[in-house]
Ligand binder design. Structure first.
Ligand code: ATR
Length: 274
């Protein structure tokens, strides 16, 4: 049976194996997909061990997406332009192909939710691999993105990475606080890992207008701390990242098997909001 896995830290609560199992059942594909916990400094060792022992594809999650990018022989356009890889496929030539399905997966979910249009003004919170991985498809779609992050130095690194791309700019946290009334964002995306430890990023509540869409890349059983905070401050349309997770998984599945699963049924099963 073809072997696949998701590599990450933490990984215990990952829903990827169950999503891929549902795709496999739906499409009749036979595959074995499991979680692999990777100690922070052991990514390369675990990665090559898996592929030397029959693995043919993998998803890569927090915090290894930038490291995965570096070890690919070939990159898809969307991986190359984002600088991070969340999907690996071993080609017949044994070369490592890297793709990034996070950005397209998020865009698809935002479109399903009607949270986005080609003129959306987006406030993107966070400047790590997760944030970097979703920027390119959103800009290509036509949106404007403003990045804000706890550490401004990391914001500057992302801006530098996308230096040839228009429609992307940054703000310091304190600037967003001092001029928040001047800005109107249509969509606020939390791409920080703050929810993992039950924290929320530091943004002014005045940017939460009743018609703003609030999206957290993170997901858990209840609303994430960020989404709870948005609701308290008046947000009416919110979503966690479960739809994105399912959509990005579908693009990975397509890369591996050439079959696009039907995501709608699975999203309906898992999503708290419609
Ligand atoms: P990932 O690859 O998942 O994005 P990462 O590269 O470690 O992981 O980045 C995590 C992001 O979450 C960063 O933007 C980080 O902010 P810093 O650049 O200041 O470290 C952000 N983050 C993590 N915990 C946070 C918290 N409690 N409040 C605000 N931002 C937080």
């Amino acid at each position: 049976m073809k072997m696949f896995a998701v590599f990450g830290n933490p990984i215990k609560h990952s829903k990827s194996p169950i999503i891929h199992q549902l795709f496999a059942q739906q499409t009749g594909v036979l595959q074995n997909y499991r979680k692999i916990y990777v100690p922070i400094n052991n990514f390369y060792k675990k990665f090559f061990y898996f592929f030397k022992n029959g693995g043919i594809g993998a998803n890569i999650t927090i915090p290894f997406k930038k490291r995965a990018y570096k070890l690919c022989d070939i990159l898809t356009k969307r991986a190359k332009y984002s600088g991070v890889v969340n999907t690996i496929k071993i080609l017949n030539s044994k070369k490592i192909l890297g793709d990034n399905t996070d950005g397209v997966g998020l865009l698809k979910d935002l479109q399903n939710l009607k949270f986005i249009n080609t003129k959306s003004n987006i406030l993107l919170i966070g400047a790590g691999g997760a944030a970097q991985g979703i920027i390119y498809p959103l800009i290509k779609f036509g949106c404007n993105i403003t990045i804000i992050n706890r550490t401004y130095q990391n914001t500057k690194k992302i801006i530098k990475f996308f230096k040839n791309i228009k429609n992307i700019n940054s703000l310091k946290e304190e600037d967003l606080f001092s001029i928040s009334n001047k800005f109107k964002y249509n969509l606020i995306i939390n791409a920080t890992s703050s929810s993992i430890k039950g924290n929320i990023p530091n943004i002014p509540s005045s940017i939460i207008k009743p018609d703003v869409f609030c999206y957290d890349l993170f997901y858990n059983f209840n609303n994430t701390p960020f989404l709870k905070w948005c609701i308290i401050h008046g947000a009416k349309r919110i979503s966690d990242g479960i739809g994105m997770l399912i959509e990005q998984a579908a693009y990975s599945f397509y890369l591996w098997h050439g079959i696009m699963p039907n995501t709608k049924i699975i999203i309906k099963k898992y999503k708290k909001y419609n």
